[in-house]
Write a protein that binds this ligand. Structure first.
Ligand code: ZN
Ligand code: ZN
Length: 154
């Protein structure tokens, strides 16, 4: 699946919070940490790693929750102020934001290239060993970024 033309849009369930992603993401991967299981209600959440400057909130507003991650870092989570759909995280460090893939209007192009926190994955969750996988957090996201670049370079 080829990348779409950017910008692309996304938003929350109630339609109040709408955002624009202005450029292609750096990577897409699954996070199997326990908090992602809790917040997503699923076996993992899908993370779209982007440069912070590439995200613009075009309508609505967000409320924030500060979460101490398994890594010890404090992550700022952003939710629609009206319906509380989880939209993106601001990591503790780096010029990044991590969008929740499911909030994009179209997720057909957003196939994940790897997995993080596989140590806490569900026993039945299948990990493709050919992908870029980390047992805990990715302290260096370069392999995830490189794999996404390779997937979309043609
Ligand atoms: Zn909403
Ligand atoms: Zn997670």
């Amino acid at each position: 699946m080829a990348l779409p033309e950017f910008p692309v849009d996304g938003g929350c369930s109630c339609g109040s919070a709408r955002y624009r992603l202005k450029a292609a993401p750096l990577s897409v991967y699954n996070c199997h940490c326990k908090d992602c299981q809790r917040y997503s209600g699923a076996g993992w959440s899908m993370s779209v790693l982007i440069k912070g400057e590439d995200l613009e909130l075009v309508s609505g507003s967000v409320v924030q929750h500060l979460r101490r991650a398994d890594s010890g870092n404090v992550i700022t989570m952003n939710f629609c102020a009206a319906c509380h759909t989880w939209l993106w995280n601001d990591p503790a460090s780096g010029p990044y934001k991590v969008l929740r893939a499911g909030s994009l209007d179209d997720i057909d192009w957003a196939a994940p290239v790897g997995n993080i926190w596989t140590d806490s994955k569900a026993a039945w969750a299948k990990i493709d060993p050919a992908q870029v996988n980390f047992p805990k957090g990715a302290t260096d996201r370069t392999p995830l970024i490189d794999a996404f670049t390779r997937l979309h370079q043609d």
